[in-house]
Design a protein around this ligand. Structure first.
Ligand code: NAP
Length: 259
C-alpha cells in the first residue's frame, strides 16, 4: 500500500538503533527524508549512511542528547518545518519503588515526558499552519500495564500519555494527528541488556530467561524493529488521518484483555 508520504520530512529522535531506527527505516522506505538522532556520533553516522544507500532518501544525522534543552535546540534548529515527528529516547533504569530520589524522577521526566512535549510544542505550529502533520511518540506497554521494576518509566510515560490525550484533540481539526505506540518486548539492545540483568539476578542462562519471557507472549517471540517501524509508518501515512490520540499496543498479545 502506498502510504502517500513520499517527499515529506521527518525528525526521528533516538534512532541510530532499535525501535527508533525501525521507524526511520520504515519512513525511508516510503520516500520520507529524515533527520535522525542519537548521542554517539559514530553509530549514528553509520546508520545514516546505510539508510541513504538503501533507500535513496536525504538523511541528516544530528548527534545530540534529546533529553537536554541544548540537545533539543540543536535538533530544532535543523528540524523547523518537518511534517513528521517521532519522539523517542532511552528508557530509565530499573529498580525498586524505594530506590529513586527526586533527581532520578526529574531525569526520567526529562527523558520520557518533558523532551517529547518540548519538541511537540516547538514543531506543531508549523504543522498546523500547513494543515498536515503527524506526531508519533514511542512510549511503552507500561502505560497500560505497569512493569514493577520500571517504576520511573511507568510514572514518566503516564505523564506524556495524559498530555497527548488532551493535545491530540485540540489539534486534530488542523489535520495534525498525535498518537502513541506502546512497545511490548522487542528484540533490541535495550531488551538484551534487561535480559542480561535478569539472568545475573536470577542466576540463570540468557536462553532460560528468554524462554520464560516467551511463555508470557502469545506470539511466542519478541517483536522486531521492522514490525514496529511499519506500524509507525502507517500512523504517519495519509490513511491514518482519522486516528487521533490513540495508544496502540504492539506486544504479541501479552496484555490480556478483550479489547
Ligand atoms: P535501544 O535499542 O537501546 O536504542 C536506543 C536508541 O536511542 C539508540 O539509537 C540510542 O543511541 C538512542 N538514545 C538513547 N538515549 C538517547 C538520548 N538521550 N538522546 C538521543 N538518543 C538517545 O532502545 P529500544 O529498545 O529501541 O527502546 C526505545 C524506547 O522504547 C526506550 O525508551 C525503551 O524504554 C522503550 N521500550 C522498549 C521496549 C523494547 O522491548 N525494546 C519495550 C518497551 C519500551 P545513543 O545511545 O548513541 O544515544
Amino acid at each position: 500500500m502506498d502510504m502517500g508520504i513520499k517527499g515529506k520530512r521527518a525528525l526521528v529522535c533516538a534512532s541510530s538503533k532499535g525501535l527508533g531506527r525501525g521507524c526511520a527505516e520504515a519512513l525511508a522506505t516510503e520516500g520520507v527524508d529524515l533527520i535522525i538522532n542519537a548521542r554517539s556520533a559514530d553509530v549514528l553516522g553509520e546508520t545514516a549512511q546505510a539508510i541513504r544507500e538503501t533507500y535513496g532518501v536525504e538523511v541528516e544525522a544530528i548527534a545530540a542528547d534529546v533529553t537536554t534543552e541544548a540537545g533539543q535546540q540543536t535538533l530544532l534548529s535543523a528540524a523547523q518545518g518537518v511534517d513528521i515527528l517521532v519522539n523517542n529516547a532511552g528508557g530509565p533504569p530499573p529498580g525498586m519503588w524505594s530506590d529513586w530520589n527526586r533527581e532520578d524522577f526529574i531525569a526520567a521526566l526529562d527523558a520520557n515526558m518533558l523532551a517529547p512535549i518540548a519538541l511537540i510544542k516547538a514543531l506543531l505550529p508549523a504543522m498546523i499552519d500547513k494543515g498536515w502533520g503527524r506526531v508519533v511518540n514511542i512510549t511503552s506497554v507500561s502505560v497500560k500495564s505497569p512493569i514493577p521494576i520500571l517504576g520511573l518509566s511507568n510514572s514518566a510515560r503516564a505523564g506524556l500519555t495524559g498530555y497527548v490525550a488532551g493535545t491530540a484533540r485540540q489539534v486534530a481539526g488542523s489535520g495534525v494527528t498525535i498518537n502513541n505506540l506502546l512497545p511490548g518486548l522487542h528484540a533490541t539492545d535495550r531488551t538484551i541488556s534487561l535480559d542480561n540483568m535478569a539472568a545475573q539476578a536470577q542466576n540463570k542462562g540468557l536462553d532460560d530467561i528468554r524462554q520464560d519471557r516467551f511463555r508470557d507472549i502469545p506470539a511466542g517471540r519478541y517483536g522486531t524493529s521492522e514490525e514496529f517501524g511499519a506500524a509507525c509508518a502507517w500512523l504517519c501515512s495519509q490513511h491514518a488521518g482519522f486516528v487521533v490520540g490513540q495508544n496502540i499496543l504492539l506486544d504479541g498479545g501479552a496484555f490480556n484483555s478483550t479489547f
